[in-house]
Design a protein around this ligand. Structure first.
Ligand SMILES: Cc1ncc(COP(=O)(O)O)c(C=O)c1O
Length: 452
């Protein structure tokens, strides 16, 4: 069995290749200046290794490309919708299934249909678009992570869990104000940390007892299922689809950005067991996404999503995926860059606050490190700290791995870039904002480094 070997092999061979830009230092310097020091504003052709996000950046399989040709583009009732619906129903068990163009479209429909101003949504930690959609509806997005979530060196498992006593306390005091409880799998904002089945069961019980609806933000359901199988007692002999099915059945519905574990370039899902909510979703769908059997997507997209959702639960693929992230984290630690422990499922999070103690949080150490990775080796990551979330307790740089795209040699290259940055860490400078938009500022703010 290949899993007994030290070397991780990609459980696929490569059928089509895409060249990546190889740039020199002065070109990278000029590009960063032009982009206002914001890596979101670079052109992709100015990036050598793009670890900005794992969202929509995966490589589709030959099965998915073949499925694309089977797309039925009928406006209503297309064959591709039923193929998609069957795949999502097998995965989740939910009765009512809607395709949407991406995760935030599902969040928007959910927020606009079921939330009233002043109501509360509790989550282990809201992803930024989930929070923005809730707040846009006038409701309050409340994060209830456990205290372990912010301990970057605490290597215990399932740091993505929700703080159940805090949820019980909230429901004891404000039950009538809580419109929805959500669990984000895996918990992206705290380092891609998984949620245990034990926590899922407890949150589900608390919600059922209080008659409060419970949804999953299940963008990374497959990686979460893998962590349950490999680290939670009692699940070692379970199949991955059985674990995923159990996770979904504990909730009343889900939003999914299929750009992650669906391994597609665009697509998402909104699904629920509740007939009353499904009726509301259907009306809102037509206003913004389209007829409920295509939902802002082409029939071919529904076909590729159906295949991707199945492929992401393949054990060989998930073993390689999660091991690659761990290998990346081990390499960075070895050259002296502290990373959030334990490594999660889709990205390595470097603790920029600890690595650059001479740069205070208000001068964005995560941004300083992101710029250094780009200038040194054309590697693009993203700051997850005070720039993205002004009240953030952590100052991180996220290096996300697109699915099935980069090889171990690419990861070794990024580790070598990190080694060079370690040698000059004390010379890195903090940043200040020159211009920022009214919300979600990290996407378009322009910045400049402090001069010494
Ligand atoms: C946990 C989580 N939820 C929701 C979303 C939003 O999905 P999308 O980008 O498809 O709108 C993301 C995207 O990164 C995410 O990580």
């Amino acid at each position: 069995m290949t899993q007994d070997f030290r070397t991780i092999i990609e459980p696929f061979r490569i059928k089509a290749v895409e060249s990546i830009p190889m740039l020199d230092g002065p070109t990278r310097y000029e590009a960063l200046q032009r982009a206002g020091h914001n890596l979101f504003c670079l052109r992709a052709e100015e990036v050598t290794i793009d670890l900005l996000t794992d969202s929509g950046t995966g490589a589709m399989s030959s099965r998915q490309w073949a499925a694309l040709m089977l797309g039925d583009e009928s406006y209503a009732g297309s064959r591709s919708f039923f193929r998609f619906e069957t795949a999502v129903r097998q995965l989740t068990g939910y009765a009512h299934i809607f395709p949407v163009h991406q995760g935030r479209a599902a969040e928007r429909i959910l927020a606009r249909t079921i939330l009233k101003p002043g109501q509360i949504v509790a989550n282990n930690t809201h992803f930024d678009t989930t929070r923005a959609n809730i707040e846009q509806a006038g409701a309050i997005a409340l994060d209830l992570p456990t205290s372990r979530a912010s301990q970057t060196r605490d290597a215990t498992r399932f740091k993505g869990d929700m703080d159940v006593p805090a949820l019980e306390e909230l429901l004891a005091q404000k039950k009538t104000e809580v419109a929805l409880v959500m669990l984000t799998l895996t918990n992206n904002a705290v380092g891609g940390q998984p949620v245990s089945m034990d926590n899922l069961e407890k949150v589900s019980q608390v919600c059922r007892r209080a008659s409060v609806p419970f949804f999953l933000d299940a963008a990374r359901f497959a990686e979460n299922a893998w962590f349950i199988r490999t680290h939670e007692p009692g699940y070692q002999d379970w199949t991955l689809p059985a674990i995923a099915h159990k996770m979904f059945r504990l909730a009343d519905g889900c939003t999914i950005s299929a750009k992650k574990d669906g391994i597609v370039h665009i697509g998402g899902v909104l699904a629920t067991q509740r007939q009353d909510w499904a009726d509301l979703f259907r009306c809102e769908m037509i206003l913004g996404e389209g007829f409920p059997t295509y939902g802002g997507l082409a029939g071919r997209d529904l076909e590729t999503m159906a295949v991707g959702l199945e492929e992401s639960l393949d054990a060989d693929y998930l073993r390689y995926r999660v091991r690659s992230i761990a290998y990346f984290a081990e390499g960075l630690e070895k050259v002296g860059m502290p990373v959030v422990q334990p490594p999660g499922g889709h990205a390595v999070f470097v603790d920029a606050g600890a690595f650059l103690p001479h740069i205070p949080a208000r001068q964005f150490p995560g941004q300083a490190l992101a710029a250094a990775f780009y200038l040194e080796g054309g590697v693009r990551g993203v700051e997850v700290g005070s720039l993205m979330f002004p009240d953030s307790r952590l100052q991180l740089l996220r290096l996300a791995l697109p699915r099935r795209v980069y090889t171990q040699a690419h990861i070794d290259y990024v580790i070598e870039v990190a080694e060079r940055i370690v040698a000059k860490a004390s010379l890195l400078k903090g940043y200040q904002i020159v211009h920022e938009p009214p919300f979600l500022r990290h996407f378009s703010a322009t910045m400049q480094p402090f001069e010494s």
